[in-house]
Design a protein around this ligand. Structure first.
Ligand SMILES: O=C(CO)[C@H](O)[C@H](O)COP(=O)(O)O
Length: 326
């Protein structure tokens, strides 16, 4: 079947070609195209086509969001720019190149192996985080997210890069998030079901026990795509534990009188992030919360984990922006 799918773009073209094949090869009857195997294959052709269409529309929405985010937040004389990890960040780098400005004096700070390759392949200059001069504050850091709530708290780490993503965001004046509409939710753990946590391998089982005590439902060590290869290792050589919890409350929910202290397993974002971070063996938790960069600077610190703005590509081709309260 595969060659036909590639050769013919419209269902009508496919239908004509496919009937001919059925009659001449597998079913010599003049009405062979009505035979069940044909109809099934025809159905699966449309199912796979609609999957392709949906995937293409999601990619288009990521690209649209990246373009607007870069246009609005990329400083023209940028010296230091953080580049996140994942599939959406690819479009951010593409949008930076499309600005057509001189980037020869700009240094791009990666958040992991994939991110560094992306920077290099785009012909940009990568400088690893540990090579940054001590006093450097990044002008901006762009990154994707797995989910973003009303208050701009994020879940990150679906691509296992959360530790470097967090230290880069914390070193930037502004952290800008770019995503597609699936990530836009009122509360975290709505569509995305677990919190990625980077953990020392030697402590992984103890961390899992503690997470269960906090109310996580079946936390588990993330395996490689080829499961027999065992646990996935991060750029730091650590494990990722994925911890499902009930949907998280926002700080506004707590202000409005909800508890958020883990009673009945329901947590407020920041309270849970702090509890998880305090478990011995946890390097970093994939909840990005607390203050934004500008808020951190007004408190005398460098940057914040929380984005100042998040851009979401929508299925209708528009881009929705969620901004932090000033
Ligand atoms: O946190 C991340 C990697 O650890 C990514 O930013 C997050 O998983 C989003 O990825 P994508 O852009 O592929 O949806």
């Amino acid at each position: 079947m595969k060659p036909f799918l590639r050769l013919f773009s419209s269902p009508r073209e496919f239908s004509i070609r496919y009937r001919t094949t059925c009659v001449s090869k597998s079913n010599p009857s003049a009405f062979g195209f009505l035979a069940t195997p044909c109809r099934q294959t025809y159905r699966s052709f449309f199912a796979s086509r609609s999957k392709h269409t949906m995937a293409a529309s999601i990619e288009a929405s990521k690209r649209a969001a990246a373009k607007v985010a870069v246009q609005n937040h990329y400083p023209l004389n940028a010296k230091w720019v953080g580049i996140g990890s994942g599939t959406t960040i690819v479009y951010v780098v593409e949008a930076i190149k499309e600005l057509g400005i001189d980037t020869s004096l700009t240094r791009f700070v990666p958040t992991g192996y994939q991110s560094k390759q992306l920077i290099k392949q785009a012909g940009l200059t990568a400088v690893e985080f540990d090579a940054l001069p001590e006093d450097v504050v990044l002008d901006v850091a762009f990154d994707g997210a797995d989910e973003v709530d009303d208050d701009l708290n994020c879940i990150k780490g679906g691509g296992a890069c959360l530790f470097q993503e967090k230290i880069v965001a914390l070193q930037a004046k502004e952290f800008i998030c770019v995503a597609d509409s699936r990530k836009l939710q009122n509360r975290l753990l709505t569509n995305w079901k677990y919190i990625p946590i980077e953990v020392a391998p030697i402590a992984a089982n103890r961390v899992i026990r503690k997470l269960t005590e906090l109310g996580s439902i079946k936390p588990a060590i993330r395996l490689n795509t080829v499961a027999k290869e065992g646990p996935l290792k991060t750029d730091q050589g650590f494990f990722i534990v994925d911890a499902p919890f009930l949907p998280l409350l926002t700080p506004s929910d707590v202000k409005a009188g909800k508890d958020g202290n883990g009673t009945d397993g329901v947590w407020e974002v920041e309270t849970l992030a702090n509890k998880i971070k305090a478990i011995p063996g946890v390097l970093e938790v994939g909840i990005f919360c607390g203050v934004t960069g500008p808020e951190a600077q007004s408190l005398g610190s460098t940057g914040g984990q929380k984005p100042v703005a998040a851009y979401f590509g929508m299925p209708d081709g528009t881009v929705t922006v969620r901004k932090a309260a000033i």
